[in-house]
Design a protein around this ligand. Sequence first.
Ligand code: MN
Ligand code: MN
Length: 466
Amino acid sequence: MGEEQKEKLFAKREEGWKHVDEKQKQEIMKVSDEYMAFLNKAKTEREFIKTAKKLADDNGYTDIINKKELKPGDKIYFINREKSMYLAVIGENSIEENGMHIIGSHVDSPRLDLKPNPLCEEGGLAYFKTHYYGGIKKYQWTTIPLSLHGVIVKTNGEKVEINIGESETDPIFTITDLLPHLAQEQMEKKLKEGIEGENLKLLIGSIPFNDDKVQEKVKLNILNILNEKYGITEADFMSAELELVPAFRARSLGFDESMVAGYGQDDKVCAYTSLRAMMNLQKVKNTAICILSDKEEIGSMGNTGMESHMFDFFVSEILNKLGINKPNLLDRIFCLSKMLSSDVDAGYDPIYASVSDTLNAGYLGKGITLNKYTGSRGKSGASDANAEYVAWVRNVLEKNNIKYQITELGKVDLGGGGTIAYILANKGADVIDCGVPVLSMHAPYEVTSKYDIYSAYKTYEAFWEE
Ligand code: MN
Ligand code: MN
């Protein structure tokens, strides 16, 4: 009697794997294998967009610039300065009456950027100086293999693409740390002060240039190598964007291979699953939009961040090419739109259980997480999703048999975070955060569950097909 009532009345949050049969398991593993292969090719925002463009081109998408007019069923994209991208499938329904179904993630991840004047020599060793990008625990970035990615642009406009440290035959780079034997003072410091930002210096060489008369011989030898290989001089670093990321590959984790370990899963796990889901779409009722944004980790500012007007420009171009644009139509369409802000969530970590409210935490392997609000300490800065919209999203998930959990990021007074949700909410769209729970978020090696990756993929597909 009590058990029956309990079954009927209690909210359920079940282990996803429990309900997976052999065929589904193979499908889950296949999606994760393709995800890991994509991650290994797309460690930076520029590489992600380049790889995404190829996938879109292969699936019948066209740059909106090449289209004079648009009609339902058309598949288009717009690439913003090689670092962010918006894709769309034009819906059968009137965009003016129904708005858009938007899924938005970000493709930048925490990392170390080279300073504009990076190269120096100290004690017979050559270094690149760095400035970290996004919220990192600095000690995690020492003594691991790092690879160098990005572009160097010369004053004549020539762009040199750099990717060193990913191939087995490439060298890698690293940041050294103090040996324990001499670390007595360092070990007494607070964890956040143990490694100083200015000491995140990348070791890049040690052979001196063969001429006793010159100073800074090791630095000169490095520049000589770079000049021979890329035709650059030291000044060209001023117009470069070079990023250091972990040189590890994404791998299956655990004896049961149930998880993925990889760099940059915040937020490439949501970016990849939404992009991949979009490739499945044929005819959709409502215009489907996929946003792959940049600069989320440093506040979404700048012309490739979500705060810029570039996305408005893209939607306006769609309205122009549909031949329906008129004053205030863009505002109207945003107000009618629905959005999933697809960003990762803090996974419940039993080792650090004390930071989570166990009733409102996101568990690995229990499906996609919905965050009604993010923000911190009194929901500050959050775009709290309306109950009506949360109910609408729950309905979509439940009728598609997708497991989900509704969560908060940690205990009330402890901290918090944000995503791009508020930006579209401020334009008038209904928005909820919806993503994959992650362990060791923002670390060089982050962990997700393959079950949740698959849930995200299914969620995004269902949302667009609604
Ligand atoms: Mn994120
Ligand atoms: Mn993040």
